[in-house]
Ligand binder design. Structure first.
Ligand code: AMP
Ligand code: MG
Length: 350
């Protein structure tokens, strides 16, 4: 299959809107379209068509028990998909939609089990991106869209990342440039009474606590694969976000961390080893490929750059990658969650 790639600006001009229409026709006919959201690029298909969902799993190589997030273009579409919409869902939508928050609700029967990985619940999100919203509106169906990467790889934050993983396997890529946030949505389960965070994201624990009181956190979030407690978001079980090279996180006070990394990198050939650091540590590394992810004072930039830097390391064919740990506060919670998963829990505390 030849993948058509169309550049679209966020203002979506009239001529660019023709691409959206063409993409919407593809969705209606059961095809696949990758599109930008504010979090990462999504790989979209008609959420109500089991064949579309099967194609999504096929293109990504995603395990079929890992459910898809269904994207809508306005709040009221939630009633088409969810059997019960608790007051909490309305409060959260009021505050965070459109935006990087996904809610798990009990599904209606129109949502096929192929979309929900066999679960009786459905994940729903209203994204904050005009290209995404136009596509959903024009398709006239909700769009199931996991991240548009090969299963297990770092999520795509640009259309080039999507093309690298999926060109030839999907119909269209809508290229809206680099995404805003760069890490996936926060997932909150609302099916069991008290809301529970299943995956940390841009909307952090404190932001949720501030409007709902104390919000629970699925203890399995911090599990290693193979641990006993089963995460409620099946996707949290799998190896994720991982570069080809072996990633190790070094945590501790900064001067110990930089010393340790400097010691470790020298145990490898210089052209096979890389370090991901921040501008605060500029000049502290002079062996191997050194990449800067941003400043520790600016977590938004770190989140924004994380997946692109991991993919860059792969482009440079780096086999052993060391990354400094970050604080778990605020957005740091989601950043560290992704880094630890990408590292397959290879963490060294110094
Ligand atoms: P992705 O779209 O690649 O960011 O992955 C979607 C995430 O949402 C995965 O971790 C899924 O396990 C999770 N998810 C989707 N639907 C549900 C659901 N009904 N219940 C729990 N988790 C879900
Ligand atoms: Mg994903």
């Amino acid at each position: 299959m030849k993948t058509r790639i169309y550049k679209i600006s966020e203002e979506v001009s009239e001529s660019e809107y023709d691409y959206i229409k063409e993409a919407a026709e593809v969705i209606k006919k059961g095809g696949l379209v990758a599109f930008p959201t504010e979090t990462v690029y999504g790989l979209g298909g008609n959420a109500l068509n089991p064949e579309s969902s099967k194609k999504i799993y096929g293109a990504k190589g995603r395990p079929s028990d890992n459910p898809l997030i269904v994207h809508i273009s306005e709040f009221n579409e939630i009633y088409m998909l969810a059997r019960e919409v608790p007051e909490t869902a309305r409060i959260l939508a009021d505050r965070f939609w459109p935006g990087p928050l996904t809610m798990i609700l009990k599904k209606k029967s129109v949502v096929p089990y192929e979309t929900t990985g066999g679960l009786d619940t459905v994940a729903i999100r209203l994204p904050d991106n005009p290209i995404a919203i136009s596509l959903i509106r024009e398709s006239k169906v909700p769009i199931a869209a996991p991240s548009a990467n090969k299963s297990g790889k770092p999520s795509p934050t640009s259309a080039e990342h999507v093309a690298k993983d999926l060109a030839g396997k999907i119909d269209i890529i809508l290229d809206g440039g680099k995404v805003d946030i760069g890490i996936e949505s926060t997932i909150v389960d609302l099916t069991d009474g008290a809301p529970v965070i299943l995956r940390p994201g841009y909307v952090n624990q404190k932001m949720l606590d501030d409007i709902l009181g104390d919000v629970l956190r699925d203890p399995a979030i911090d599990n290693k694969a193979g641990d006993d407690i089963r995460p409620k978001a099946p996707g949290m079980m799998y190896r994720h976000y991982a570069p080809e090279g072996e990633l190790t996180v070094i945590e501790g006070n900064m001067s110990d961390v930089t010393d340790k990394i400097n010691e470790l990198v020298r145990t490898y050939d210089e052209d096979t080893v890389g370090v991901i650091t921040t501008i605060e540590n500029r000049g502290r590394y002079n062996y191997g490929t050194v990449m800067y992810i941003g400043s520790r004072k600016d977590e938004i930039t770190i989140a924004h750059n994380l997946y692109a830097v991991l993919r860059k390391m792969d482009e440079c064919k780096i086999k052993h990658i060391f990354i400094e740990g970050f604080s778990n506060e605020g957005l740091g919670d989601a950043i560290m969650n992704r880094i630890i998963k990408a590292a397959g829990h290879r963490i060294l505390k110094v």
